[in-house]
Design a protein around this ligand. Structure first.
Ligand code: SAM
Length: 277
């Protein structure tokens, strides 16, 4: 069947080249052009499935420059596929601006669903899956990372993060500090030869990975317990830590800021904690 004009957002394998849909291969073959995050990476998929469509790069470095050309081609009736190096474009990958601009220009945008590391990890981790919160990559800087984790600490959903091997140990430690010793899963190299799912408490996982990790990684953390969602345990932990270096007043101000709670409530909690030391 002939491909309609428009932008096709095509999911590609996250490791195993067989994890690609018939629809994606058909679209890649019939499209006028494939925009790839890295043309060399997409060349492997194209070689495996005899896709000979011309390819060009669309990535964080050239997106602003090439986007007008892509939109113009789409306006002219082109059939264009967008792929990233692995998984679903736009999910911690480039593409959002292009899809936004295409829709704003009245161009049809078709999703071609398929692999995604977060969903694959969630589907096999054995953690609560009714509700989940995809947080993508946490910031590299320690303070910004803690701030993000604090903002997620009371969510009633499994938390899903992408993580780099170099930062895994530090991230697990920071999660332990903010979330308490929750159950978590480190999913590595999904669909590849060395696929592993390690399940344990955050402190046990931090111990396993203290000297580093290899491969591509998704970290999943079980939802906050009911009493934590009420907020007290996490706020108390924060204040207790702060009281090690700050006065009651300053620790309370920091907690009020970090958790967006009234200063007075934070102050009373800090006073009570100080008295219990
Ligand atoms: N767009 C992709 C998707 O749909 O999953 C994600 C792209 S993001 C730049 C790459 C990150 O996804 C990796 O650093 C890792 O955290 C995760 N990832 C990708 N492939 C993976 C795999 N096979 N196993 C575990 N994690 C993976």
């Amino acid at each position: 069947m002939a491909l309609e004009p428009g932008l096709y957002v095509a999911a590609t394998p996250i490791g195993n080249l067989k994890d690609v849909t018939f629809r994606v291969i058909e679209a890649l073959k019939e499209a006028d052009r494939i925009y790839c995050e890295d043309t060399r990476q997409t060349a492997k998929l194209c070689a495996a499935y005899a896709v000979r469509t011309p390819r060009a790069a669309y990535n964080e470095h050239n997106a602003e420059r090439v986007q007008p050309d892509i939109i113009e081609a789409l306006r002219g009736g082109a059939r264009i596929c967008l792929v990233s190096d692995a998984g679903t474009p736009l999910i911690s990958d480039p593409g959002f601006r292009l899809v936004e601009a295409a829709r704003a220009a009245g161009i049809c945008v078709f999703p071609l669903p398929g692999p995604n590391a977060a969903i694959a990890a969630l589907s096999a981790a054995g953690l609560y899956s009714e509700r989940f919160y995809f947080a993508g990559f946490a910031p590299a800087k320690a303070e910004a990372r803690l701030t993000l984790f604090r903002s997620l600490a009371r969510i009633d959903a499994t938390l899903v993060f992408y993580e780099s091997p170099a930062r895994l140990a530090a991230s697990l430690g920071a999660m332990r500090e903010v979330f308490g010793d929750r159950r978590a899963v480190v999913a590595r190299e999904i669909t590849k030869i060395h696929e592993t799912f390690d399940d344990g408490t955050l402190s046990a996982l931090a111990e396993i990975y203290k000297s580093g990790a290899k491969g591509e990684i998704v970290v999943l953390v079980e939802p906050a317990a009911a009493e934590e969602r009420a907020g007290d345990a996490e706020i108390d932990r924060f204040i207790a830590n702060a009281l090690e270096t700050l006065s009651v007043k300053d620790a309370a101000a920091a907690a009020a800021d970090a958790f967006d709670i009234p200063k007075r409530a934070a102050y009373e909690r800090a006073l009570a904690l100080k008295a219990s030391f």
